[in-house]
Design a protein around this ligand. Structure first.
Ligand code: FES
Ligand code: FES
Length: 174
């Protein structure tokens, strides 16, 4: 493990949405600040800066984390994914993003990147999540605009559609 000197900037490398990136960070610099200030990656948002609002949620090595609760140097060598890395293979919206648009699941959009990343994680970890579980995950995100109903409708629709698609694929195999 390399020794990090307080007050000194250290070269840091990881992948961001599949692309290798590097920049300099003092050991105390938060990952959320490093992404925005050092890399110019402003697609992730920063609200409370103490782990409450969920706006800064991204994925690191396949796990959803809050970038404001992590030091930038802890991301060394990791695979970091942000909302800019979501989308369909053809460059359009993925099913979750498209459902958000259909159901008007955002207004100002400040909370949206974090919510999309948490729901993306939930789709991976718990594809059978029901409405109660989705609500449980959304309770870790503060949205001041939408009243959450559109977000819930969008998320429930995508979970149901993926379950149907999974069931049909299994039937096709048998
Ligand atoms: S900015 Fe990270 S949880 Fe609010
Ligand atoms: S859409 Fe404005 S905070 Fe959620």
């Amino acid at each position: 493990m390399r020794t990090l000197e307080a007050g000194r900037r250290h070269l840091l490398r990881f992948t961001l949405n599949g692309r290798p990136v590097e920049g300099w960070a003092e050991p105390r610099l938060l990952l959320s600040d490093f992404l925005r200030q050092e890399l110019g990656a402003t697609d992730g948002h920063v609200g409370c800066e103490h782990g409450v609002c969920g706006a800064c949620t991204l994925r690191i090595d396949g796990r959803a984390v809050r970038a404001c609760l992590m030091l930038a140097v802890q991301a060394e060598g990791c695979a970091v994914e942000t909302v800019a890395g979501l989308g369909a293979a053809d460059g359009g919206l993925d099913d979750l993003q498209a459902a958000f648009r259909r159901h008007h699941a955002l207004q100002c959009g400040y909370c949206t990147p974090g919510i999309l990343m948490s729901l993306t994680q939930l789709l991976v970890d718990e594809p059978d999540a029901d409405g109660a579980r989705i609500r449980d995950v959304l309770s870790g995100h503060l949205c001041r605009c939408t009243g959450y109903q559109g977000i819930l409708r969008a998320a429930e629709e995508v979970f149901a559609a993926r379950r149907r698609a999974g069931g049909e694929a299994k039937e096709g195999e048998s």
